[in-house]
Structure formats: C-alpha cells, structure tokens
Design a protein around this ligand. Structure first.
Ligand SMILES: NC(=O)c1ccc[n+]([C@@H]2O[C@H](COP(=O)([O-])OP(=O)(O)OC[C@H]3O[C@@H](n4cnc5c(N)ncnc54)[C@H](O)[C@@H]3O)[C@@H](O)[C@H]2O)c1
Length: 380
C-alpha cells in the first residue's frame, strides 16, 4: 500500500471532513494508496487540537502555512480556506511542488483563477484537482455511466442545481461567505456553483452562452454584535445556458441554479437529463432514489430504483445499506488518490474536478455577472 503524506491547511468545516475520511480509510477495500495526515495548519490555533488529539501521525501543527510547505515529508496538500486566500495559498502550494486538492471556487474571481491556472501550467508534475462530492453518490455514478453509453439518445434538456435554505432566516448572522471582499463578486455562484457544473462539464456539455438572473434577497444581516450591516453577495443565481452535446453536435438548453435562499431545501444538489430515448434524475433530497425513464416507443413510464451502497470505490458496507455525505466525501478522496497514483480516473465520472473544468466555471460565472448587469445573453 502506497502512502501519500498530506498537509491540511484550513481546519474548518471541510478540513475536518477530510480528517474523518482519512481516519476511516480501512472502510475502503481494493485501494492501493492511502492518505496519512502529517501536518496541519490553521490561523485559529484552537482548531489544531482536534487534529492533534485524533491523528498521532501529525508531526507539525502550525498557524503559518509556509512552515507546512517547507516540510519535505508533505507530498500533497488539502487547502480549504476562504476564497480571498485561494490565489496566494494555491500558487504557493503548487510552487512548493506539493500536489493540491483545492476547494472551489479556486480563486475569488477570474483573474485569481487565471493566476492559479498559470501556476498549474508552470508545474506539470504537480497533480491538481478541485473538490465536488455529489457525483460520487451511487445513483449519480449510474447516471454518469448512462451518459457515457449515450443511453438518453439526443439530449433535449439538462437541469442541475444546488439549493440551500440556510439563508432564509434574516436573523442569521453574517459570516465570510456573505461578504463580497472575502467570498467574492460571484456570491452564491462562487460558493455553490462548481457543484452543479461538475457533471455537465464532465459530460462535455460546456455552456456556450448564458443568460443569468441574480438576486440579492437579504440585503442586510446582523453582525456578531447584533447590528444590521450590509450583505451584498448574490443569494441566488439562475443561469439559462445553451450547450451542445458532443455526441450529436446538437444544441440544447441547460439550466444551472445555485441558491442559498430556496425555501424547503437543506442541501439539495439535483441533476436531471431528458433525451429522446429516455430521462434520468437524482436529487440529494432522496439520496438513494434514482428515477429512470427508458423510451423505445409505446408507453412512457418512470422507474424508481432504490440504490444502496454501490459506489465507484468499493468498501466494507453491504450493498443494501444507505450511502451518505461522509461516504461521498471519502469517495472523492479515493478518486483523488486513485488518479494521482494511476495517472487517470477510475472512470470518467469517478474523477475529481480538473483545473480546466474549474477554469471554465470562472468563464461561466464571469459571463453570468455581465449578463445580469446588462440584461444580455453573454458568450461564455
Ligand atoms: N466541497 C464542499 O462541499 C464545501 C462545503 C463548504 C465549504 N467549501 C469550501 O471550502 C473552503 C473553506 O470553507 P469552510 O466552509 O471549510 O470554511 P471555514 O470558515 O469553516 O474554514 C476555513 C478555515 O480556514 C482558516 N484560515 C483562514 N485563513 C487561513 C490562513 N491564512 N492559513 C490557514 N488557515 C486559515 C480559518 O481559520 C478557518 O478555520 C471554501 O473554499 C469553501 O467554498 C466546500
């Protein structure tokens, strides 16, 4: 078993999810590679304790990421920090020769992403990927295989989105994800946007044009002291895109929705594809349920399939049991390590977001900002 030694920078919500996934690596069977966390970094030193208490392999716990990058024992870095820091930290990580799993949006805006992409190009020996875990749910893996097999015929329409209702509460205190200077002008697109783009982009359905409607619904929020302060980020984004299916050369409409104020939605990632030979849809609201419609003439009937624990990277869990968020996060890490060591993803839809895919999301979101500002349809 090969070991890839990791440093983790940013030990908040997502940093600890990686820690947990790495700690139960024995869950997976058939992997030839495993992660080992050897160094951690956060400017908030309180967050170092949980890692130090749970990972005896940690040799360095620091508040200065440059100390972590100076360690020769660190092969790869997971970096999960606020968006305004992506450009500086990601380029420093790559320049230090460490493989990088970075969080979306991979730069606070397009110039920041361009700088990261230049650094990626200058260091071809460094493996760089971006997170996105929903495609690893078993029903989405199945839909991915069907897209590869062109099971849906000519594509008629694709709808994908990521919807939260977490910001419906006007009394929710403001945090960095609601501040333009830290989260970025993209607002909800920077925070949520890469998630619904992952599967369409991997399918080759790159949006050519976009008409976007962006909404700032909650214009003020309380700060920590309870004073109302401006909240200038976009809460919701609805993008109508024109995409082309490379399999047929035919254009089709695609909607991408990223919303933080979507009543009733807790953490709803959804994907729907409609084609001339059938349709398929999945939503994180009902994570084991896959809806499929196969059409070969005659009656049209939706099938509802309850899928169990049948992921891309097998493990010890029985096939009838439920698959969840922490499983998807671990699958994401399995995909990163598999591709790092094997040189290619296990299958087309069992791969992490590539730098090229994330760069295209910046083109899309930048065009969406122009589209909303001008009321125009913009070329991506
Ligand atoms: N993939 C997903 O599903 C998902 C979900 C949530 C957030 N994210 C992304 O993860 C990233 C972090 O978000 P989060 O929710 O974990 O945020 P968070 O605020 O919970 O954690 C960020 C951490 O970074 C630390 N930090 C800030 N500056 C630092 C520095 N200079 N050096 C080291 N640490 C520093 C903070 O102290 C904090 O602990 C963002 O890019 C966000 O978009 C991804």
């Amino acid at each position: 078993m090969k070991t890839v030694r990791f440093g983790v920078i940013g030990l908040g919500l997502m940093g600890r999810e990686f820690g947990s996934a790495a700690a139960r690596w024995c869950h997976l069977t058939g992997m030839n590679v495993r992660p080992e966390i050897v160094a951690v970094c956060d400017v908030n030193s309180d967050l170092l304790r949980w890692f130090e208490a749970n990972f005896p392999t940690i040799a360095l716990a620091t508040t200065d990421y440059r100390e972590l990058l100076a360690l020769e024992t660190v092969d790869a870095v997971y970096c999960a920090v606020p968006h305004n820091l992506h450009e500086r930290l990601y380029t420093d990580i790559i320049a230090a020769g460490k493989h990088l799993m970075g969080e979306k949006p991979f730069g606070i805006d397009k110039p920041a992403n361009d700088a990261i992409m230049r650094c990626v190009a200058e260091h071809p020996g460094v493996f760089v990927r971006c997170t996105s875990h929903f495609p690893f749910f078993p029903p989405m893996q199945r839909l991915g295989r069907m897209i590869e097999d062109r099971a849906f015929g000519q594509i008629i329409e694709v709808n994908a989105g990521f919807l939260h209702a977490s910001d419906l509460d006007p009394d929710k205190p403001i945090n960095w994800k609601r501040m333009v200077e830290i989260n970025g002008e993209y607002g909800c697109m920077g925070d949520l946007g890469m998630h619904p783009c992952h599967v369409p982009f991997r399918a080759g359905w790159w949006p050519r044009t976009v008409r976007a409607v962006l909404s700032n619904i909650m214009k003020h929020r309380p700060d920590k002291q309870g004073n109302l302060v401006p909240c200038n980020t976009w809460d919701n984004a609805t993008l109508l895109c024109d995409a082309v299916d490379p399999a047929t050369g035919e254009p089709f409409p695609m909607t991408l929705r990223m919303q933080r104020v979507s009543p009733g939605d807790t953490d709803t990632w959804y994907f729907e594809v409609k084609g001339t030979r059938g349709a398929g849809r999945w939503s994180a609201t009902n994570p084991r349920r896959l809806d499929l419609l196969e059409y070969s003439g005659g009656e049209q009937a939706w099938q509802r399939i309850d899928m169990g624990w049948q992921p891309a990277f097998p493990g010890i869990t029985g096939g009838i049991f439920e698959f969840g968020f922490t499983d998807a996060v671990q699958q994401l890490w399995a995909a990163f390590l598999y591709e790092l060591t094997e040189g290619k993803p296990k299958s087309r839809f069992a791969g992490c977001v590539t730098p090229e895919e994330v760069a295209y999301s910046h083109r899309l979101f930048t065009a969406a900002l122009r589209s909303h500002a001008e009321g125009t349809t913009e070329t991506v």
